[in-house]
Design a binder for this molecule. Sequence first.
Ligand SMILES: C[S@@+](CC[C@H](N)C(=O)[O-])C[C@H]1O[C@@H](n2cnc3c(N)ncnc32)[C@H](O)[C@@H]1O
Length: 233
Amino acid sequence: MPKDKTHDDSRARWEANADFWDARMGDESNFFHRQIVRPGTEALLDVQPGARILEIACGNGNFARRMAGRGAYVVACDYSEKLIAHARRRAVQEKNIRFAVCDATDERALLALGEGRPFDKAVANMALMDMSDIAPLFAALDRLLRPGGIFVCSLHHPCFVRPEGRYLSPFVHQGQAIIGQPVPQYYYHRPLSHVLGTAFAAGFALDGFAEVPDNQPEEPVICILRLRRRAEA
Ligand SMILES: C[S@@+](CC[C@H](N)C(=O)[O-])C[C@H]1O[C@@H](n2cnc3c(N)ncnc32)[C@H](O)[C@@H]1O
């Protein structure tokens, strides 16, 4: 399938924002990640020592280091070469993480991360809405995960974070993940039916779901999905 016309520019913008992003996230990530994203994601992911975990769109690698710190073996990828360089620099002592540059809209590139053994789990934090296409990712995960393996992903809650007031139709818009970043990034709005429909079509079932507010207690800004690969291959 041809890539969305914004795809290459989207990647270039993440390269332009990479140093700023790394400086703001540091070794411990920012308040939003620690307080809003991390608790629900970790509850659904349930990292166990010895687990093989694939992280998609890992940014500067903080969550990968956190999982490795709990005894998991992690393969973590991002399509920004600069962010992967930052991730490697921050994890120089870490033996249980392999970082790779990989575009998550490229199914073949994702499959090459597999090392000939299935992953128990996969995770993508705050990244699905940054991807120009999510079908290749789900198709690849169906082959990369073991039967019954899980994919946990946190994303902007599309019912509540939709700046143009539209919900049902997918659309592309621009915004800032962190105020003051050098250039705006692209966001790919998709209704929940689109995200879940893509996962269901690839053979996944939803078996965990969280909605997390930030400043407005009745308005979740993110949702976290746990999608389980079918038990039979
Ligand atoms: C908002 S950041 C989140 C980074 C990290 N997961 C975190 O929570 O700190 C979104 C990330 O998605 C990555 N990204 C966007 N589209 C991608 C794609 N097609 N393939 C791989 N990475 C992608 C960006 O480079 C960026 O690192």
